[in-house]
Design a protein around this ligand. Structure first.
Ligand code: V0V
Ligand code: CO
Length: 140
């Protein structure tokens, strides 16, 4: 069902500062950056590994408003790992399959994600406390 770790989402207070830290300390490269108003985030993707089924990234997420998922998370827990995102070939189909397996879906249909992807979230209470995202990458 899953083809790779697409990204690890990390909540940060200051995107520019965190980007510079990852670039300088870990030598990672920013491959995309955008504001996603629907999700309330300003996010950057840094590539770690580019494989045959797509890339694996670190996604740095700064909130654009306090009442967004990242804004609430930072206020409660501070900076740290916010979600794990798996690559899939068919996000709509995978959401349907997991829904049928009794997993609570935060998205019943896919939404717009980073780098032209289509994404869907699973509720952390249904996945052992790990907020989980599914990513169907834009065709390359
Ligand atoms: C909240 N909880 C988490 C969590 N956030 N558990 C694990 N990991 C997280 N990141 C727990 C929290 O501790 C509470 O547990 C419970 O869920 C309810 O939390 P809350 O603070 O009251 O917050 P809610 O219910 O308002 O929202 C939580 C959910 C929300 C997960 C439902 O954040 C959401 O819909 N997330 C999906 C969208 C998202 O995260 N977008 C930002 C990334 P207790 O205390 O009740 O036990 S956007 C992105 O990744 C993009 C665009 C991309 O990759 O392309
Ligand atoms: Co993400």
């Amino acid at each position: 069902m899953f083809t790779r770790i697409d990204h690890i989402g990390i909540a940060v207070f200051d995107l520019e500062k965190s980007k510079a830290w990852y670039e300088t300390t870990f030598g990672l490269t920013v491959v995309a950056q955008e504001i996603n108003e629907e999700q309330g985030v300003h996010e950057a993707m840094l590539i770690v590994y580019d494989g045959p089924t797509g890339g694996s990234h670190v996604q740095l997420l700064e909130p654009t408003r306090d009442d967004s998922p990242i804004g609430k998370y930072l206020a409660k827990r501070g900076e740290g790992i916010h979600h794990v995102a798996y690559g899939v070939e068919d996000v709509a189909g995978t959401l349907t399959t997991l829904g049928e397996r009794g997993i609570t879906l935060l998205d019943k249909t896919p939404r717009h994600g980073a780098m032209g992807s289509h994404i869907g979230f699973l509720h952390p209470k249904a996945t052992g406390g790990v907020l989980t995202e599914l990513v169907e990458a834009a065709s390359r």
